[in-house]
Structures are given as structure tokens and as C-alpha cells.
Design a protein around this ligand. Structure first.
Ligand SMILES: *Cc1c(COP(=O)(O)O)cnc(C)c1O
Length: 242
């Protein structure tokens, strides 16, 4: 509270962060994992830079955006954190994303690998790339999900991984996925974990599993997530995306 006894946005974010950290801790304990196995990535899309700064001041070290426009608007104002890019990415936006983000979670096709590599070399950076895996095959069969979730099919992961591993300026970091709507997230994340362990047997350093959002972080942690991407649980309800 401030001096007038009013709850501020900082108070709200501090409370949300405490609750989220407790949830992560509890899920780790239930899974028999140490809590520091899991990194919280705060997804700040649609929220103002003041929230970004407040989260950083509260000790959040990893922040993410899903649109290049918002990333490039916010990242320069908050540079002492690691920025992650988690959204669908057009090749013509690769340079801008590479300039601002150290990790790209949404690498899903060879043309994007080529664009990111070229951009990373030009920007003299090394970008950690996660392969976004489609978990549609673990969702409801007749899924009219309304929203394309994207990603490379599990059987095509090995080839895309080889492309990233061979590309200048890129480092293969692991996998990322979004659970299919209307399915059992536990089943989907169990499938992702198998994809991840196959990948790791070929590429030892590719040991990140970015899975779990506000609604399903517990299931994700149970199935080995190393990074959870949380928006609403931290920041509250989003205004609808325009
Ligand atoms: C928005 C978003 C999130 C966060 O979702 P919440 O449900 O708000 O926690 C995670 N991952 C991606 C790819 C997103 O676009």
C-alpha cells in the first residue's frame, strides 16, 4: 500500500509474483524437482512499460513478448533483463527481434532459421533458439480450436534441429510448445517431453523445455518444463489483442 492506504499496481504485481512463485515451488515439490529447475518468463504483451519495469524491480530476470512491435518498443527501456520472443515470427522481422531478444522460442521452419542466422551474424549476437513443436496430435481429434497454435511436427524436429545447430549465430536451446485447446495438457506435455529427450540425445546442450502458461503450468512442470511463460497469472486479464 502507499501512504494513503491505497493498493498500488506494484503491490498487485508483488502479490501476484509471490503467488506464482509459490505455485511453481509447489509444482516442483510435487514433481520431486528443485524449485530452481524452473525459470519464470513473464510475458508482458499488451501491458505497459511501467509494468515491465516494476517486474524487473521485483527481481524478474526474464521477460517475453509475442510481437516484434511490442518487443522493440519495450526492450530498449529495460535492458538489464533477458528478453525472450515467443510469438509467430515473419522472416522480415527477424533482424529486429534478434536485436532485442536473446532467446527465440518460436523457431518452426527452415526459412526462419536462415533469416535468424543472417540477422544474428549481422548483429554480432548469438541467439538461443527453441524449436516450437506442434502438439496438435495430442489434442482433440476434431479440434476446431479457433486459433492456430503452430509449430513443427514432432517427426520433423530432428531435421530442423540439425539446421539450427549448423547455422552461424544460433545456438540450439531445446523445445517450446503450447498445449492444444480442449485437450489434456498433461498428455500433450508428456509427448513434448519425449520429443525433448530425443532431441537432447542428439544435441546435449538443447536441454530447455519451454512449456506451461498461466492455466497449465503445474502439468508442464510435472512433465519436465524448465521455463514457464506466464502472462495473466502475473499481470492480470489482458485487454483483447487488437
Ligand atoms: C501470451 C502467451 C503466453 C502467456 O499466456 P498466459 O495464459 O497469459 O499465461 C505464453 N506463451 C505464449 C506463446 C503467449 O503468446
Amino acid at each position: 500500500m502507499n501512504d494513503a492506504g491505497v493498493t498500488t499496481r506494484e503491490d498487485e504485481l508483488r502479490d501476484n509474483l509471490r503467488l506464482v512463485r509459490e505455485r511453481i515451488q509447489a509444482a516442483c515439490t510435487a514433481a520431486g524437482r528443485p524449485a530452481d529447475d524452473v525459470t519464470l518468463v513473464a510475458i508482458t504483451k499488451t501491458f505497459p512499460i511501467s509494468d515491465v519495469r516494476a517486474l524487473a524491480a521485483l527481481g524478474v530476470r526474464d521477460l517475453g513478448e509475442n510481437r516484434e512491435q511490442e518487443l522493440k518498443a519495450k526492450a530498449p527501456d529495460c535492458q538489464d533483463v533477458t528478453w525472450h520472443f515467443v510469438g509467430q515470427l515473419q522472416t522480415n522481422k527477424a533482424r529486429s527481434v534478434v536485436r532485442h531478444a536473446a532467446v527465440v522460442h518460436s523457431v518452426d521452419r527452415a526459412s526462419l532459421v536462415a533469416a535468424l542466422s543472417k540477422a544474428a551474424v549481422a548483429e554480432e549476437r548469438v541467439v538461443r533458439c527453441l524449436l516450437q513443436v506442434s502438439l496438435a496430435s495430442f489434442g482433440p481429434r476434431d479440434a476446431a480450436t479457433g486459433r492456430a497454435r503452430g509449430g513443427v511436427e514432432p517427426e520433423d524436429v530432428a531435421e530442423l534441429a540439425a539446421g539450427v545447430a549448423a547455422a552461424d549465430g544460433l545456438e540450439l536451446g531445446g523445445v517450446m510448445a503450447v498445449a492444444p485447446l480442449g485437450g489434456d495438457p498433461g498428455e500433450a506435455f508428456a509427448g513434448l517431453r519425449e520429443v525433448a529427450s530425443r532431441l537432447r540425445s542428439e544435441h546435449a546442450g538443447a536441454d530447455w523445455i519451454s512449456a506451461g502458461m498461466s492455466g497449465d503450468l503445474d502439468a508442464a512442470i510435472r512433465h519436465g518444463a524448465t521455463h514457464v511463460r506466464l502472462g495473466r497469472a502475473l499481470l492480470g486479464t489482458r485487454p483483447p489483442l487488437g
